[in-house]
Design a binder for this molecule. Structure first.
Ligand code: GAL
Length: 425
């Protein structure tokens, strides 16, 4: 049943050391480092960088004798980092630890024998009871656990400019009740002469697609797309793709030139009404709200039922890396209460462990915590929770062809169905 949801009130500014003085390569201490750790991520800009900086600050306190070497590669969702990582892994030159999404994406590295079982570290760090079962299950294969989670994000969020929406005569006291009402609002924004919905390059288009699929299908049918229970060539997917097509028709012409910060910035600047992005976007909206008084609205993309679009970041222990001790130290910090608190506050995430004191959390983050605990979980495609790297690549190629008009809707759906066929093996 479609439920009416409330707009989230504006949360307070994220307040903990997000802009810490520590530079990218800082050890954060005057102590001569005895070891080092190269940490490979795509947290090179925006809230990702702020989160990494906050984590590095905690690391410097907990492990002053280990030098942090920043291996961050720019590009949202790892769009550039993952290719580089693949070539390094193939060349036998792994970083000491790398960021990977919990879920199907990990299977790629596990099957290739590129990462180690970290079950013993999980015990050593006392994490078994601290990490929720539904997250542990996504890090495990055959009882072994292959990465240490750092944080959880919600993907299916809509961000909107209150000014732009109000100017277009849209009531922002409650969010649209359905996907079709959301589409009506996009039409209204089009009439008002602004970009109704901003989006960026291919991965952000896949991000939008998955949110539409979650909304249109609901949790069970959406999750069935990944185990074969729901057909990609079925009528409900067609209905979702029609709505996706309508949304893309209301987006900015420069979309393929932008990464996610450029797309969300259009909403902040008042050039666009809405943007669909994971909750790492919140820091930019909060900063604009504080600096410019620009109010924003945030709600889950409405649909059949309330769902939590799920993804989690985690860190691995690669086979054959140069500094396993440094990596162990990093994994300890990443999994610690202090590390998770600092990262989450800077990044708009929620911690991967349940025993972190949430008193400092904004209203948005409290809302995300409750939703993760209560609502049906839908694993993200664009962020490696639902699909392997190869399957995601096929979905991305099909999506790019469709949004650049190189295929029609029927061709797009066929390509998605073919990708599923080969993706599930
Ligand atoms: C996701 C990642 C987030 C954030 C986002 C934007 O894949 O899990 O932590 O980095 O990409 O780059």
């Amino acid at each position: 049943m479609i439920q009416r949801r409330h707009l989230l009130a504006l949360p307070a500014l994220i307040s903990v050391g997000t802009m810490a003085a520590c530079g990218d390569d800082s050890t954060g201490s005057g102590t001569a480092a005895q070891s080092s750790v190269e940490v490979f991520t795509w947290w090179a800009q925006g809230s990702g960088k702020a989160g990494l900086d906050a984590l590095v600050e905690v690391f410097a306190t907990q492990h002053p004798d280990v030098e942090f070497v920043n291996g961050a590669v720019a590009g949202g969702a790892g769009s550039a980092a993952k290719d580089l990582l693949q070539s390094r892994l193939r060349a036998g030159d792994p970083p000491d630890t790398f960021q990977a999404h919990a879920g199907a994406e990990l299977n790629d590295y596990i099957e290739a024998g590129q990462i180690q079982d970290v079950s013993a570290l999980l015990d050593e760090f006392g994490l078994r009871d601290a990490i929720p079962q539904k997250l542990l299950a996504r890090l495990s294969v055959d009882q072994a656990i292959y990465s240490i989670p750092s944080n959880i994000h919600r993907s299916n969020m809509v961000w909107g400019s209150a000014t732009v929406l109000n100017d277009a005569g849209i009531d922002t006291s409650s969010p649209p009740a359905s996907l079709d009402e959301f589409l009506e609002q996009l039409q209204r924004l089009q009439g008002a002469g602004v970009t109704p919905l901003s989006v960026g390059t291919t991965w952000t288009q896949v991000h939008l697609l998955e949110a539409v699929l979650m909304a249109q299908l609901g949790a069970d049918a959406y999750n069935g797309l990944f185990d074969g229970a729901t057909a990609w060539d079925g009528a409900e997917v067609t209905a979702a793709l029609e709505r996706f097509e309508a949304m893309i028709g209301h987006t900015n012409a420069d979309r393929d030139d932008l990464d996610w910060p450029g797309a969300t910035q259009q909403v902040i600047d008042g050039a666009a009404g809405y943007n669909v992005m994971g909750d790492w976007a919140i820091a930019a909206f909060e900063q604009a709200q504080l600096a410019l008084g620009e109010d924003f609205v945030a709600f889950e993309l409405p649909g059949r039922e309330k769902v939590f679009g799920f993804l989690a970041d985690s860190f691995t222990l690669p086979e054959g890396a140069s500094h396993p001790d440094g990596a162990r130290a990093w994994l300890e910090t990443v999994s610690s209460v202090d590390g998770q608190l600092a990262l989450s506050l800077a990044k708009g995430a929620i911690p991967a462990r349940t025993d972190v004191d949430t008193a400092e959390f904004s209203e948005y983050m409290q809302n995300a915590l409750t939703s993760f605990a209560q609502d049906a979980i839908c694993s993200s495609i664009a962020h490696g929770a639902a699909t392997s790297v190869a399957w995601l690549t096929a979905i991305s190629e099909a999506t790019s062809q469709f949004t650049t008009s190189a295929s029609d809707l029927a061709g797009y759906q066929r390509a998605l169905a073919d990708a599923a066929g080969s993706g599930r093996g």
